[in-house]
Ligand binder design. Structure first.
Ligand code: PLP
Length: 280
């Protein structure tokens, strides 16, 4: 396995950054995860747009031109002989003596890895997965893909300890924001596909954006609005979206079956539409 660190390719096992990197000390950085499927990077431009936006919001400079980064991604894939993988990109504010304000003249650090694509198991796809609810205790700028992920980690761990696949994060007003590493969707009792609109409360998932487009093109009834956990528990269907899971049906919320308790036709259809889009 080969990694890329600040201009150098080398064995992943030996790749390292300085202990005073601000990513390590302050989580002062951002990341992206791009899926490689059948040798092609999925939604590459969308991920790079979001990477640039996250950096801009934190006033970290792009460590290299976009074209150069695209070249590094391809080189890394080639060196790893990968065809189905997740390319991880992390940019931090750089190395400096530990002090909260932005350091003067710090050079952003950039790290890329290429690891196997963790695909949902055939069983998860056939039967759907369980989610549990957890309070959303994250900060107010969830639209930035920050490497500061403690609340997400704690929520995911709680899910795994409860035998569930994902945690749905719930605001104090009872609405679901998103999953710990996925966006959240329901098909309401009245047959409307609902997902939360873009705001600072959620990460604008690249998969979410693409699923919205596909649903619009397929003329599926659609509303971008917040929904409550209660509404989700009474929904006909529920599913999650992300670069690695694509569209994955949810058949249990907090131990309660969703709809018939089996993956619904809409989630299946959207997954197929997405797979067709990726292959096109
Ligand atoms: N929401 C959160 C909090 C995430 O961390 C992720 C992805 O890692 C997503 C949603 C899904 O985003 P994408 O579709 O771009 O993978």
């Amino acid at each position: 396995r080969i990694a890329y660190v600040n201009g150098h390719y080398g064995p992943l096992s030996e790749a390292s950054v300085h202990i005073e990197d601000r990513g390590y000390q302050f989580s002062d950085g951002i990341y992206e995860v791009v899926a490689l499927r059948n040798g092609r990077l999925s939604n590459e431009e969308g991920h790079l747009d979001r990477l640039e936006r996250s950096l801009k919001e934190l006033r970290i400079a792009m460590p290299m031109h976009r074209r150069a980064l695209q070249h590094v991604m391809r080189e890394l894939v080639r060196k790893n002989k990968a065809t189905n993988a997740l390319v991880y990109i992390q940019v931090t504010r750089g190395v400096a003596r530990r002090d909260h304000p932005f350091p003067k003249d710090a050079v952003p650090s950039i790290v890329l890895t290429c690891r196997t694509l963790p695909k949902p198991s055939p069983k998860a796809l056939a039967e759907g997965v369980a989610v549990i609810s957890q309070p959303d205790i994250r900060w107010g700028r969830r639209d930035i893909k920050s490497i500061s992920l403690l609340p997400n980690i704690l929520a995911k761990q709680a899910a795994r300890e409860a035998g569930a696949y994902e945690a749905w994060l719930v605001e104090t007003d009872g609405t679901v924001t998103e999953g710990s590493s996925t966006n959240a969707w329901i098909l309401t009792k009245d047959g409307v596909l609902v997902t939360r609109p873009r705001s600072t409360s959620i990460l604008p998932g690249i998969t979410r954006g693409q699923v919205l487009k596909l649903a619009q093109e397929a003329q599926i009834r659609l509303e971008e609005r917040p929904f409550t956990l209660e509404e989700a528990k009474e929904a006909k269907e529920a599913f999650m979206s992300s670069a690695s899971a694509l569209v994955l049906p949810i058949t249990k919320i907090d131990g309660q079956p969703v709809g018939e308790g089996i993956p619904g036709p809409l989630a299946k259809r959207l997954r197929e539409l997405y797979e067709t889009y990726l292959a096109s």
